[in-house]
Write a protein that binds this ligand. Structure first.
Ligand code: ADP
Ligand code: MG
Length: 593
């Protein structure tokens, strides 16, 4: 065959192959155009996996009448002017190839009306050739319909995936973009059925629930990190939720879905020692970097990017995810799900614990680094925690077990109880553990409206500042509900009649003063907030202190009760109550494995 220059339509088809590989890539390009046009609602229709029909309609700014034809020319774009602009790309598109490529391999109908114009335009194309154009009344925005994809490229047609695969791919794509743009409403209809809809509320959590399902979402933790000009936001799975492949790690860089092996690895790395090998987390992460520090012009599909400082990005992503997951592990409210507030919230959870301070985090990271990590969940006790199981040997029904049976071995530093369980060794913070036990007991009595046992006192008085006096006046009823009876007794003075029985051995004036201090620090006093605060305060005061030497019986009593706490892993303030070293970890540390 002699050398010949290829005819334009063949060139177009070859080029199209790079951009539109499959129906999902058409959807991707059209979605990106709609987003670039500033749409607030995007409606996507795909029939027969997109093979027969793809329609994307948006309410963005539309295309001016004079530009509808050129929009389909190759390398025609409104988003880039010079090569210099390539450094500062803030739009999803910029190559001006998508519409040309799509039109080269399908039948396209475009209806668009620019926001500044009164009439719209309808344009028909078939295999790149314009076969019709007319003025038309249309709402502001753009509707592009792509039919019979690859009708003129039999080779491509032959290699298309199964319809079901393509449907799934399209649904995944739409949900990914919906997560990256929570402020935009996405509606996806496949073969006449609505399969996805996001609200456009602007809340990432709302979309993640829709995209991943509430059950998954409940086991995801919020990731929020970054430094300087880079930020990482999103959700990552708790270690209890994982997959056997990396396919559920979804990454966006400046709003663009990207495939990046290195960043995916950064996410996986963040779970080091938390996930068994061969298992992978689920994550949806929005990474933002200055546009000049990333090159998005690497590949025609724009799915790959190159960072100026790839190492910095890697480390920042890894650290953000790691911190989120470690936080989670420290407050492992797993059974109810981390975000149980979204589901039906059992009343017991209203005292949900706070996250620990960064200092504790550091400490945890240190422990972590040495390979010691408190596993948040023992598989060994899954079968035991059946809430319907009736424990034997006691008069009153016991609460379900949340920890395996632990044997007390001893105490270290008058602070920690060492215990042994079927899954290894536990180091338990006696104060934190006792606080947790008292808190749950107190809460339960309070919620059942059982009277809180009070210690009667030889009436003592406390004189406070006018502001504090007002606070007490306002809270008299609530204070009474948790066991404090105070009576006004002259200007800014109160008679302390009773305090909760568990504080019987404390100085009542001291206790009340402490409560006032706590209430004053309360920034957002809602009903539950104050009550919860009061209860937490009482429990903190009443719990055994660090530095207190405990008898074996006392330690056993603490452990027995902790084993049946609803949330045994954290104190009411969210600090860990225990560090667990599994048999495997010990073996590793001693070089036995
Ligand atoms: P690119 O997005 O890289 O600029 P495309 O081929 O995807 O290239 O689109 C070409 C041009 O057509 C865009 O630059 C834009 O001006 C216009 N366009 C395409 N789709 C839309 C849309 N949904 N709304 C408004 N303008 C659009
Ligand atoms: Mg585009």
């Amino acid at each position: 065959m002699a050398i010949q220059i290829l005819p334009d339509h063949v060139v177009a088809q070859i080029a199209a192959g790079e951009v539109v590989e499959r129906p999902a890539s058409v959807v991707k390009e059209l979605l990106e155009n709609a987003l670039d046009a500033g749409a607030s609602t995007i409606h996507i229709t795909a029939n027969e996996g997109g093979q027969r029909l793809i329609r994307v309609s948006d309410d963005g700014h539309g295309i001016p009448t004079t530009e509808v034809e050129v929009a389909f020319a190759r390398h025609a774009t409104s988003k880039l002017r010079s090569a210099d602009d390539l450094q500062y790309i803030n739009t999803l598109g910029f190559r001006g190839e998508a519409l040309a490529s799509i039109a080269a391999v399908s039948r396209v109908t475009l209806i668009t009306r620019h926001q500044d114009e009164t009439a719209g335009t309808k344009l028909h194309l078939e295999g790149s050739a314009i076969i019709g154009r007319q003025a038309i009344g249309a709402p502001n925005g753009t509707v592009i319909t792509v039919e019979n994809l690859f009708f003129n490229t039999p080779a491509r047609l032959k290699f298309q995936k199964k319809e079901a695969t393509e449907k799934r791919q399209i649904a995944a794509l739409v949900s990914h973009y919906a997560m990256a743009y929570p402020e935009v409403r996405f509606i996806l209809e496949q073969d006449g059925r609505e399969v996805f809809r996001s609200s456009g509320s602007g809340q990432l959590a709302d979309v993640v629930v829709k995209a991943l399902g509430l059950d998954h979402f409940k086991n995801m933790v919020e990731v929020s990190g970054g430094n300087g000009e880079m930020s990482v936001h999103g959700y990552a799975s708790a270690p209890s939720l994982h997959r056997s492949d990396r396919g559920r790690i979804t990454l966006f860089v400046n709003g663009r879905a990207v495939q990046d092996t290195s960043l995916t690895y950064a996410v996986v790395q963040a779970y080091h020692t938390l996930l068994a090998s061969g298992t992978y987390p689920i994550a949806v992460l929005m990474i933002r970097v200055p546009s000049e520090s990333v090159d998005v012009n690497v590949h025609p599909t724009k799915a790959e990017v190159r960072f100026q400082d790839a190492n910095h990005v890697f480390v920042t992503v890894q650290r953000a995810v790691r911190e989120a997951v470690i936080h989670y592990a420290q407050a492992p409210d797993l059974r109810g799900g981390r975000f149980s507030g979204l589901a039906t919230t059992p009343p017991e959870t209203w005292g949900a614990s706070k996250l620990p301070s960064s200092r504790q985090l550091e400490l945890q990271m240190e422990l972590q680094g040495s390979g010691q990590y408190p596993h948040q969940r023992d598989r060994s006790l899954d079968h035991e925690s059946d809430p319907t199981a009736i424990p034997v040997g006691m008069g009153t029904p016991l609460k379900p077990r949340t920890l395996p049976v632990l044997r007390v071995v001893g105490q270290v530093g008058a602070m920690y109880i060492i215990a042994e369980g079927p899954a290894g060794m536990y180091l338990i913070d006696q104060h934190a553990a006792h606080e947790r036990i008292l808190y749950e007991q107190f809460l339960e009595a309070y919620q059942r409206e059982q009277p809180i046992t009070q210690a009667a006192l030889n009436a003592q008085t406390i004189t406070v500042s006018p502001i504090e006096a007002q606070m007490i006046e306002e809270q008299l009823e609530r204070l009474h509900q948790v066991g404090f009876s105070l009576e006004p007794f002259g200007p800014n003075t109160f008679l302390i009649r009773t305090i909760p029985a568990i504080l019987a051995s404390s100085d009542p004036v001291d206790v009340v003063a402490g409560i006032l201090n706590d209430l004053e620090l309360d920034k957002q006093p809602g009903l539950t907030a104050i009550e919860d605060k009061l209860i937490r305060f009482v429990c903190k005061r009443a719990a055994v202190k660090a530095g207190q030497i405990l008898s074996l019986e006392e330690m056993q009593s603490v452990i027995r009760q902790l084993e049946r706490c609803q949330n045994p892993h954290t104190c009411p303030h969210g600090r860990p109550t225990m560090i667990h070293l599994s048999g495997d970890q010990l073996a590793r540390e001693f070089g036995r494995s």
